[in-house]
Design a protein around this ligand. Structure first.
Ligand SMILES: Cc1ncc(COP(=O)(O)O)c(C=O)c1O
Length: 494
């Protein structure tokens, strides 16, 4: 197994089926005598770093500076961050306005315990979020990551049924989708489904989750099938799953609005979200949309669900990455009125809490990020530049012999690589195509960060590169991204 594959298998830190950055500096291991442990046995691996990095004995390049979309590393490399890390840094790096907002908050209070004290920063963020949903969501639970937001959503869905005027405690199950990613704790990993990520943890994951097909037209739509027929087929599969589990035993169906790394930026087929929500509501179950990656402007509207013709609002919604743009770890769960009212009439409390919830500094950073997105009209430009990015990608890479599909929305694009365009056969996982593209991008002659996803077809096979640049890039940046990517693709695949 080469380094990239190893990285993938040991990765316990981030995102979907994404490979961890392989822009690594091999740490020089000097086997000197005092390197032997107390009992004289030399440890298997040593490293100049005390961090348990994605690959245990390799330390990634150290970032020593940043500005806008650029990252500068200690080895003198200059990288155009065409992915905002993992679709996070959506207003670019090192923005003085956010730094100032953080310092201002520190001058007020750095932390206070949320059951004891409220802060203006958290109140303001929650209000901004609820007001952005056209009245669909009424309260917000602020946490520190996407995973935590999903955990809170699962727990709140369960608690909701125990607090109805006629409680339904038998509702203990969830339905989610294959090839999805919802986080890396045991609860979120149980609802997600990426075979490679789940494999070793399978015996300790929750057994109360059933997985249905994703919405993945490139591979799953039949020859000659219309959008309507495809959506109806997926809705029927969800209906059948409800029936086989017992419709009144299901708490919720969970899906990513625009599928992220485990599938590679696949927007829902028109009518899909509406059809799935209908099935859920017919059976009294909740409809949960995970917008940790696709939300907060990434796909051109603040909420990815507001793209669909009829505004398919969920009952519970998670957001994270673009919320704080990486200036602070922050995620949030948005909750609709029906659920809030049920709790208010019931125990009056959410049976869940975390020490750092509503962290004032993180909220202050997110408030400023959201102000910048609004006042600099970044959503408008993200939509326009996103369309341009999609057009250029199709023009310049669409006919490449190994490019199977180019799909996306806003500034969130995935390119699926195949061995054969006609049969859609993937490259064998051992070829590590996505990993090689990513690694090549980091070479000084290209200087671009590309997000690699592997196992995107079935958890084992499938290679995707995702682009998720900052919302404030320019047209020249868009052209440069496509230019660099094209050169990288030619370097790796010819
Ligand atoms: C759709 C989705 N949900 C949840 C998560 C988990 O978020 P975090 O890594 O912040 O815990 C991610 C992370 O990539 C994601 O893409």
């Amino acid at each position: 197994m080469t380094s990239v594959n190893n990285v993938h298998m040991v990765d316990n830190l981030t995102n979907g089926g994404m490979l961890k950055p392989s822009h690594t500096t091999k740490v020089e291991i000097k086997p000197v005598d005092n390197d032997k442990g107390q009992n004289g046995i030399r440890p298997k691996t040593t490293s100049a770093s005390s961090i348990l990095h994605a690959k245990v004995d390799q330390k990634p390049a150290t970032v020593t500076g940043s500005k806008g979309s650029y990252l500068y590393t200690a080895d003198g490399n200059e990288i155009f961050d065409a992915t905002c890390g993992a679709a996070v840094a959506c207003i670019g790096h090192n923005d003085p306005r956010v730094k100032e907002a953080i310092v201002k908050q520190l001058d007020t209070v750095e932390y206070c315990y949320s059951p004891f004290f409220a802060t203006e920063a958290a109140e303001r963020l929650a209000q901004t979020l609820t007001q952005s949903t056209n009245g669909e969501m009424s309260k917000v639970f602020i946490v520190s990551s996407g995973t935590e937001a999903i955990e809170a959503a699962l727990k709140l869905a369960r608690q909701y049924y125990t607090e109805l005027s006629t409680p339904q405690p038998q509702r203990t199950k969830f339905i989610a989708r294959k090839q999805s990613y919802h986080g890396n704790t045991l609860g979120s990993l149980s609802v997600g489904y990426h075979a490679g990520r789940r494999a070793i943890y399978e015996p300790i994951l929750g057994s109360n989750v059933a997985h249905v097909s994703p919405c993945y037209p490139y591979r799953d739509m039949k020859e000659g099938e219309t959008d309507e027929a495809y959506v109806a087929r997926l809705a029927q599969e969800l209906e059948d799953t409800f029936q086989s589990l017992g419709p009144d035993t299901v708490c919720a169906f969970v899906a990513e609005t625009v599928a992220g790394m485990t599938l590679g930026c696949v927007p829902p087929t028109p009518g899909y979200l509406k059809a799935m929500r209908e099935v859920c509501h017919r059976h009294g179950a909740l409809f949960i949309l995970d917008e940790v990656m696709s939300g907060m402007g990434r796909t051109g509207t603040l909420h990815a669900w507001s793209h669909e013709e009829s505004m398919v609002a969920p009952d519970l919604q998670t957001v994270a990455k673009g919320l704080g743009a990486g200036y602070a770890p922050i995620g949030a769960l948005l909750v609709n009125k029906r659920i809030v009212d049920t709790l208010a009439r019931g125990t009056g409390a959410f049976t869940h809490s975390q020490t750092y919830q509503g962290h004032p500094v993180a909220c202050a950073a997110a408030n400023e990020v959201q102000r910048i997105i609004r006042e600099d009209n970044l959503l408008g430009s993200a939509s326009i530049l996103g369309e341009k990015l999609g057009t250029l990608l199709r023009e310049r890479l669409g006919s490449h012999k190994n490019v199977g599909d180019i799909r996306g929305r806003g500034l969130f694009w995935g390119i699926e690589f195949v061995k054969s365009k006609s049969t859609k056969e993937s490259f064998p996982p051992s070829d590590q195509i996505a990993g090689k593209l990513h690694k090549t991008g980091f070479m000084p002659e290209y200087g671009i960060s590309l997000l690699p996803g592997s196992g995107t077809v079935d958890g084992k096979n499938g290679d995707v590169i995702v682009l998720a640049p900052a919302y404030n890039i320019t047209l020249a940046d868009v052209e440069m991204i496509v230019d660099k990517l094209e050169r990288v693709v030619h370097a790796v695949l010819g």
